[in-house]
Each structure stands twice: as structure tokens, then as C-alpha cells.
Design a protein around this ligand. Structure first.
Ligand SMILES: Cc1cc2nc3c(=O)[nH]c(=O)nc-3n(C[C@H](O)[C@H](O)[C@H](O)COP(=O)(O)OP(=O)(O)OC[C@H]3O[C@@H](n4cnc5c(N)ncnc54)[C@H](O)[C@@H]3O)c2cc1C
Length: 467
């Protein structure tokens, strides 16, 4: 994997806008490039595109959408950016947060109105750190559905996807202008495709242990629940071209991946007032901080597992979520009329689990913060039937990457733009600050869709001669 000097010769194929990766970012970029009048081609390493997008819950956060207005929700880019910045402890780029939040509503409206995506507002609970209901998702709250809808939209616009094509090397001029990409087919044959603009939409380095050990050792040995083909190519090409990297230790973890099923157990179970215990039946962290930082806390527990404890009332709003329904159908969700019965069903110590529940309910009634800093007040007490599910902590995707501006142009260390390189989604630096604790739910698909659209527009403008 390298940067090669651009040859004089012609390439095997030519396209104005070339996009590497056919997840949410790449597909959104292609739709925007096509709308901007440019022909776009996607290179995708898999035989059928899935990406981390398909593995996700498919929740896209957006402020000021028409759907929110229909539900009477008074959200604005300023409120949303405030939430992003608060979660990242003000340690991310405030101007970028506001710019991306500002484009989030128009992007979701555009996906729905111009590209016929069927999205609805997720109601019933707020994800940690969000002050408004702003998650927009497909009917079954499934990333598979989202990816399929984006692929269908691309198909309707006649956008070509070259699948089974793993981009390997870039051909570039000395000033960083990318002239072409060389890709390899599953049978080992190599071809080149020339371009006027290149969009890196091939996500981060969650699938690359070596890079994880270097940049984020704390999560390197945990399960990786994202797409294994995301091996950090964008970061490595970008760095070799002189791009700035930022927040390389930042990531989205998740502290409730159903074990051994691998499905995401929505954090709505926790935000609604549920909690987590370890094998001793004891709580071990402030679950309400967020699911990302909880990943490492769960991985530190005996056996690297924990149990999410909730009840039927907390379960009601999430029963229709595909991931939840799948685990339930496989018997992963245990229910009992008493807390002792639930402890037996989960294989946890009865006395300890009952004591933990009693402590939680006392805290909830008293209203103060517990020893971890969690406040249960404002949520109703758990009531029978009680429910529980065994979980582990996992890495979902990396949030550090190529520094970009609001037009998704890749920047050098000194702030100058690379001539024709754009990036979004997991390939670009996210909005989650420098570490695990800064990830606000939805930051992944937020920058995949908003920066994907920006990248496609910018690339189309560039090839049209608009700079
Ligand atoms: C279990 C799980 C749940 C999640 N839930 C949510 C959620 O609800 N909301 C949210 O906002 N985020 C969520 N995320 C994060 C979200 O999935 C990602 O942030 C988002 O999908 C990133 O989109 P992307 O287009 O950048 O990358 P991807 O969707 O991963 O697409 C990248 C594509 O690039 C391809 N590729 C990689 N390298 C090459 C190469 N060299 N040549 C050709 N192709 C290449 C890959 O095969 C892949 O198809 C979740 C993640 C996981 C793992």
C-alpha cells in the first residue's frame, strides 16, 4: 500500500469523481456528486457492499429536520452542536461541530425527499447526552436497511459500484494531487482508474490490530464489532500525502454487545433507568456517562462480560429494534417475576443482585449521585417482570483520522487543503474529541452522511472547475 509517482501513461479506466468505500459515506458522496453534475464511480473491496454501516443500528442524528418539526421538537444546530461539544468536553473543533450539526437536518431531509429513504424519528427515550429526540432511523432501526436504501438510491441514479475491487495504491503528483488509484481484484489482477477528485470513504482502522495497538492500546484486544475490511487505508494514504491526522486515540466503543450473539443492546435500556452488574452482581461504573466509555469498563470486569438489568417498561420502546428482537428470539433476553428469579436465570448471585437493585432503587428515590457519579432520579423504579441480558464491551469504530474542513477537504498540518482529496465518515477525524469518552451517540453516521454529502458536492464542484 503506497503512493506512487503519477505516470504519463493513460489509466485503464477514467472517471471524474472516484470514491473508495461504498458504506454510508461513499454512497452519500456519490449521490451528491451525481446531483452536482459529476459522474462518480465507487470502488468497494467486498463482493457486495456492507461496511460498518450495515452492522450499525442505523441511527442518524440530525437537528431541525422536517420530521422533528412534525413532532413539535424544537431542535437547532446550536443545541445539537452544544450536545456534541459537551460530550467531547469541549475538546473537539467547535466550528466543525456547528457546521456539521447545521448540515445534519438538510442532509436527512435530502436523503428522505430526494432519495426516498424511509426514516422515522426514534421516540421513547433519549440517548445519553442528547437533549432532544433527533435520531432518524429506518423502520426496523437497522443498518442493513439503511445500507440497502442507500444502495437502491444509488442504483436509481445510475451510479456504478465496482465491487471486489480493493484500492491498494494511489498515484499522485509531488504537490499531493491524486491522479489515479490502483486496485486489486480477488484473483490478484490489478487495474488503474484515473480521477480528477478522490473521496476517501473507507472508514477508519478498527480492522487493523497493528494500528489499534499503536494508537488505542486500551481497546486493541477487545472484540471489534465493525467491518473487518476497514484497515486504516485512508489514514495511511492521507498521511503519506501530507495530510494532518487528529484525535487518533478517539473511538466509538459499546458497553452492551449481547454475548455471545454480537448484537447491539440499545443504550435506551440504560438511559431509561436500567443498570449493569458484573459476575459478582455488583455495579462497577457510571453507565449513564455513555455506552462508548462503558466498553472499556465492561472489558475490565471478570470474564470481560457484564449483565444489563432492566424491566418490561424499559424494554417496550426497543422491542421492535432488529438487534434486540434477534437476541430475544434466540433466548438471550431473560425475564423473571422476581429479582431472585432473574439472578437464577442469568447465573448471577441472588443475594448480591437483590442488594444491588435495592441500592439502585434507594438512590433513585433519594435523588443524589452514587459513588460512580450516576443519578437515577427522573426515571421510574424497575418493576416486575425484570429482564436481563449478558453483554461484553467492543470497539465499534475509530473516530480519529484525516483532518478535514466543513467542505470535507483534506487538510495539511499547516491548514492548507490537499488539491483534490476529500474524506468523510470514519476516514476523517470525527467530532468526539481525543478519547473514548467523547463519542455522542450517532457521531458515526452523522459525519458519514453530512461529510459524505459535502465531499461529493465539493468533488463535483472541483471537476466542474469551481475549485
Ligand atoms: C455494531 C455497530 C453499531 C453502530 N451503530 C451506529 C448508530 O446507530 N449510529 C451511528 O451514527 N453510528 C453507528 N455505528 C458507527 C457507524 O456504523 C459508522 O460510523 C459508519 O457506518 C461509518 O460509515 P463509513 O461509510 O465511513 O464506513 P463503512 O460503512 O464501514 O464503509 C466503508 C467501506 O469501505 C470499504 N473499504 C475499506 N477499505 C477499502 C479499500 N482499500 N478499497 C475498497 N474498499 C474499501 C469497506 O469494505 C466498506 O464497505 C455503529 C457501528 C457498529 C460497528
Amino acid at each position: 500500500m503506497s503512493i506512487l509517482p503519477a505516470p504519463e501513461a493513460r489509466f485503464d479506466h477514467e472517471v471524474p469523481v472516484l470514491i473508495i468505500g461504498a458504506g454510508a459515506c461513499g454512497l452519500t458522496a456519490a449521490l451528491a456528486a451525481r446531483e452536482g453534475g459529476a459522474e462518480a464511480l465507487l470502488l468497494e473491496r467486498d463482493a457486495a457492499p456492507t461496511g460498518s454501516t450495515s452492522l450499525s443500528t442505523g441511527m442518524i442524528p440530525a437537528a431541525g429536520t422536517k420530521l422533528q418539526a412534525q413532532h413539535g421538537i424544537d431542535d437547532t444546530p446550536e443545541i445539537f452542536a452544544g450536545d456534541i461539544l459537551a460530550k467531547a468536553k469541549q475538546q473537539t473543533d467547535a466550528a466543525m461541530a456547528l457546521a456539521v450539526a447545521g448540515q445534519s437536518g438538510p442532509t436527512v431531509d435530502w436523503l428522505m425527499e430526494s432519495h426516498d429513504l424511509v426514516l422515522t424519528l426514534v421516540e421513547g427515550f433519549l440517548y445519553p447526552g442528547h437533549r432532544r429526540l433527533r435520531m432518524h432511523a429506518t423502520p426496523h432501526r437497522s443498518g442493513r436497511e439503511l445500507e440497502a436504501a442507500l444502495l437502491a438510491a444509488a442504483g436509481r441514479r445510475g451510479i456504478d459500484i465496482l465491487s471486489g475491487a480493493r484500492a491498494e495504491d494511489l498515484y499522485a503528483e509531488a504537490d499531493g494531487t491524486v491522479r489515479a488509484v490502483r486496485f486489486v481484484r480477488p484473483d490478484g489482477t490489478r487495474e488503474t482508474v484515473g480521477c480528477q477528485a478522490l473521496v476517501l470513504a473507507c472508514n477508519g482502522f478498527g480492522g487493523n490490530k497493528e494500528m489499534l495497538r499503536r494508537y488505542i492500546p486500551e481497546i486493541a484486544e477487545a472484540d471489534y464489532a465493525g467491518h473487518v475490511g476497514n484497515t486504516g487505508d485512508a489514514v495511511r494514504w492521507g498521511a503519506a500525502l501530507g495530510a494532518a491526522l487528529a484525535d487518533m486515540a478517539s473511538y466509538q466503543g459499546h458497553g452492551a454487545v449481547a454475548h455471545p450473539y454480537g448484537n447491539t443492546m440499545t443504550w435506551g435500556l440504560i438511559s431509561g433507568g436500567g443498570f449493569q452488574v458484573n459476575a459478582a452482581g455488583a455495579r462497577f461504573a457510571n453507565e449513564a456517562s455513555g455506552y462508548s466509555e462503558q466498553a472499556v469498563e465492561v472489558v475490565r470486569q471478570p470474564g470481560r462480560v457484564a449483565w444489563t438489568i432492566f424491566d418490561a417498561a424499559r424494554e417496550a420502546p426497543v422491542r421492535g429494534f432488529t438487534d434486540y428482537a434477534e437476541v430475544d428470539a434466540l433466548g438471550g433476553i431473560r425475564r423473571a417475576d422476581t429479582i431472585d428469579g432473574l439472578a437464577r436465570a442469568l447465573g448471577l448471585p441472588e443475594v448480591a443482585l437483590a442488594a444491588t437493585l435495592a441500592e439502585v432503587e434507594a438512590l433513585r428515590a433519594a435523588g443524589g449521585a452514587d459513588r460512580f457519579g450516576r443519578v437515577f432520579a427522573g426515571t421510574p423504579p424497575l418493576a416486575p417482570p425484570y429482564c436481563g441480558v449478558k453483554v461484553t464491551g467492543a470497539l465499534y469504530h475509530t473516530q480519529g483520522g484525516l483532518r478535514v474542513d466543513a467542505l470535507a477537504r483534506v487538510l495539511r498540518e499547516d491548514g492548507r487543503v490537499l488539491p483534490n482529496l476529500f474524506a468523510g465518515g470514519g476516514a476523517a477525524r470525527g467530532l468526539s474529541g481525543p478519547s473514548r469518552w467523547g463519542y455522542l451517540s450517532g457521531n458515526g453516521l452523522l459525519t458519514a452522511t453530512v461529510l459524505g454529502r459535502a465531499a461529493g458536492r465539493s468533488a463535483a464542484r472541483l471537476v466542474a472547475g469551481g475549485g
